[in-house]
Design a protein around this ligand. Structure first.
Ligand SMILES: Nc1ncnc2c1ncn2[C@@H]1O[C@H](COP(=O)(O)OP(=O)(O)OP(=O)(O)O)[C@@H](O)[C@H]1O
Ligand SMILES: [Mg+2]
Length: 253
């Protein structure tokens, strides 16, 4: 299996606080990897350091063999990596379709300005972007809601909209920060199926998640963080039976 993302001994400090200490992680093509750990363990910091929102103190982030450590978020995104945010959510007053189109590459988005200034070819590019967005919605199972305001959707549908937005530029790597928060059991099941479907298309998914049942059901590998350090890594079964993990995290879940 090809490694799409490699994280080598990544450390992040906030003042005197070691938020991440020498964390290593590999995301292979077509797999779902979960990162779990208690509040404050460093899960979001890991996503932030990978995606360029936080500057690592040391260590390397490598996408398809090329180091991207320290690059700004847009430059890292351009290498085929997209993310969602922990408290992100959909833009409530925009329609579902508009929400998805925000995920378009600059190259796809610029046609909107092109139309404004009457550049030829702009309309065709716009139609293409809209067609892609509609296809993405159909694949996420939210067909027919294109013109609905995001605030009228269920939590689960909003999560699927965010994920569809992240997918619009066809990333090879997708990072999700607690997408199952507030979802019903059936919505979690839909999310599980969606994530497995994405892995089936070859995407490497990194899932930060508190919902242990979902993690166990969807992941190929699990990384357990505690106080910024890797406490355990392995298959869901291996991690579930690791005594250190039971004590630090799962035991209390
Ligand atoms: N920008 C920042 N400045 C200072 N400290 C920060 C910053 N971001 C995170 N921290 C601290 O780093 C540690 C890790 O935080 P982080 O948000 O990564 O945890 P988490 O595992 O995502 O937690 P949660 O499950 O609550 O989302 C915490 O002690 C947090 O207070
Ligand atoms: Mg977090």
């Amino acid at each position: 299996m090809t490694a799409l993302l490699e994280v080598e001994r990544l450390s992040v400090a906030f003042g005197g606080l070691a938020a991440l200490s020498e964390v290593c992680l590999t995301l292979a093509e077509g797999t779902v990897t979960a990162v779990i750990g208690p509040n404050g363990a460093g899960k979001t910091t890991l996503l932030n350091a990978i995606t360029g929102y936080v500057r690592p103190q040391s260590g390397r982030v490598i996408i398809e063999g090329r180091a991207v450590t320290g690059l700004p978020p847009f430059a890292i995104a351009r290498r085929g990596l997209r993310r969602t945010f922990q408290n992100g959510g959909a833009f409530n007053d925009m329609s579902v379709l508009e929400n998805i189109l925000l995920g378009a590459d600059k190259a796809l988005r610029s046609p909107f300005f092109g139309i404004l200034f009457g550049f030829p070819g702009a309309r065709r590019a716009e139609r293409q972007a809209v067609a892609e967005a509609r296809a993405m919605l159909a694949r996420a199972g939210i067909r027919g809601l294109e013109e609905t305001r995001a605030r009228e959707l269920s939590f689960g549908q909003q999560r699927l909209v965010e994920i569809s937005r992240a997918l619009l530029s066809r990333p090879r790597i997708l990072l999700l920060d607690e997408p199952a928060v507030g979802l019903s059991e059936s919505e979690r099941e839909e999310l599980r199926q969606r994530l497995r479907g994405l892995a089936g298309e070859g995407i490497a998914v990194l899932l930060v998640e508190h919902v242990v049942d979902l993690v166990m059901a969807v992941s190929d590998r699990v990384l357990v963080l505690n106080s910024g350090q890797v406490l355990a890594a392995g298959t869901p079964l291996e991690v579930r039976s690791d005594p250190a993990v039971l004590e630090a995290y799962l035991g209390s879940a």
